[in-house]
Design a protein around this ligand. Structure first.
Ligand code: C2E
Ligand code: CA
Ligand code: CA
Length: 396
């Protein structure tokens, strides 16, 4: 079933082409986040023709560019209908022929502006294989699109020959991982290693990731563990006509965003959890600015003694600590944690200072404690900072 360019052109003119939408879901919350527009040819008798049967012919000439711009208009009309509900971003496929189209970004802006739509709602997809040739042109093409406020996705990543080396230089927002990468339910060890590296690579370059062609729960489970951002595939939803897609948008509008799960993903929240673990592990954690001779307790619970001041002058803290040590350990404690000695140790390249001493507990019994000062660098100051972790050691 192959069509001539003239037949396709006629179908375009007769309004027989339209956009179907395939939803993309958040990998963690399973909430719909966005969609991809995929062209379909609906024959007058209702038969739906897949792009597989007419895109390759259209790609042989500039006809493909007309189709892509037509789909862009369809997407604008759909986004316009979402005006009263959350407007989910939609991505559109653009043939590599557009790379040589002068003023592509201006043309796109004019269309989107004529519908009064925010630019970030629109994403341009360009296939990985287009990256192989004309690298200079690609870079300036992508830059111009992003400068106009649109997002850019590299499509079919992993299906072709483009090197990681080049993709690292492409200023794209989104990396779409081709379905061929998840062929064996992600059960194969080597396949998993490759995928994990790709996700790691994308995230470190601050690119969002979309896994395409996800068909099984096993694939989904693995992708979640890789920190994949969005999922697109038959498991979650097939490409569907506009009307059906709009109902889905309505449905997802009603779903409350489980903010706690989303916040859990952020590095800031992860750091708080890490702190919880450290506070659970160490009964006493002290923040000290050695240069300024100040300290405060970050955590202080279930320690041998509860008499330490919670904030104040570091020299006084050490004096207080020294007096609470076993007489035989006092000298070692005082000289090890003497502020000048700590500063000298830091300057001579020491990363940490550790000492075990016996400290008098509130119950009048000496117990062994381990005190470790870790020197840390702050982006905000050149002052010498130490984090102290104190631990109760088991009795001899
Ligand atoms: P694509 O951009 O890689 O789009 C994804 C294709 O994967 C779509 O095929 C989609 O239906 C299919 N797919 C999605 N989930 C699954 C899954 O779980 N399993 C499997 N086996 N397939 C899945 P579709 O709609 O037939 O489109 C085929 C290709 O035609 C697209 O591949 C794209 O390269 C091209 N195309 C579609 N619409 C346009 C357009 O408007 N402009 C241009 N230039 N190309 C288009
Ligand atoms: Ca695509
Ligand atoms: Ca693709």
């Amino acid at each position: 079933m192959n069509f001539t360019a003239d037949e396709i052109r006629a179908a375009l003119k007769n309004g027989e082409l339209c956009a179907y939408y395939q939803p993309q879901y958040d990998a963690v919350t399973s909430l719909m986040k966005s969609a991809e527009a995929l062209v379909r040819w609906i024959k007058p008798d209702g038969t739906v023709i897949s792009p597989f049967f007419f895109i390759p012919t259209a790609e042989e000439s500039d006809l493909i560019m007309e189709i892509d711009w037509y789909v862009t208009e369809c997407v604008c009309k759909t986004l316009e209908k979402q005006n009263m509900m959350p407007q989910f971003p939609i991505s559109v496929n653009f043939s590599r022929r557009h790379i040589r189209e002068t003023n592509f970004a201006e043309k796109l802006s004019d269309i989107i502006d004529s519908y009064d739509l925010p630019h970030p709602l629109f994403e341009v997809e360009i296939t990985e294989s287009a990256m192989v040739a004309e690298q200079e042109k690609i870079l300036s093409w992508i830059n111009s699109i992003r400068s106009a406020g649109f997002s850019v996705a590299i499509d079919d990543f992993g299906s072709g020959l483009s090197s990681l080396q080049f993709v690292k230089d492409v200023p794209a927002d989104v990396l779409k991982l081709d379905k061929s990468l998840f062929s064996q339910n992600c059960e194969n060890e080597k396949e998993r290693i490759v995928l994990e590296s790709i996700f790691n690579f994308a995230h470190r370059l601050h690119m969002k990731t979309v896994a395409e062609g996800v068909e099984t729960k096993e694939q989904l489970a693995f992708l979640r563990s890789c920190d994949c951002n969005r999922i697109q595939g038959y498991l979650m939803g097939k490409p569907m006509p506009e009307e059906e897609y709009l109902s889905l948008c309505q449905l997802h509008r009603a779903v409350e965003e489980p903010l706690d799960i989303l916040q859990l993903q952020s590095p800031a929240s992860a750091i708080n959890l890490l702190l919880d673990v450290i506070f659970r592990r160490y009964p006493l954690v002290i923040f000290t600015n050695l240069t300024r001779n100040t300290f405060y307790m970050m955590a202080y619970q279930n320690f041998t003694t509860t008499s330490c001041p919670s904030t104040g002058i570091f020299d006084e803290l050490i004096e207080h600590g020294t007096n609470s040590m076993h007489p035989d350990d006092r000298e070692a404690f005082a000289s090890t944690f003497n502020r000048q000695n700590l500063i000298e140790a830091r300057k001579s390249g020491k990363q940490e200072i550790r000492l075990v001493t016996r400290q008098l507990g509130d119950d009048g019994i000496y117990r062994r404690i381990e005190t470790t000062d870790y020197f840390v660098d702050s982006n905000y100051t050149n002052d010498i900072i130490a984090i102290t972790l104190c631990d109760n050691l088991p009795d001899d």
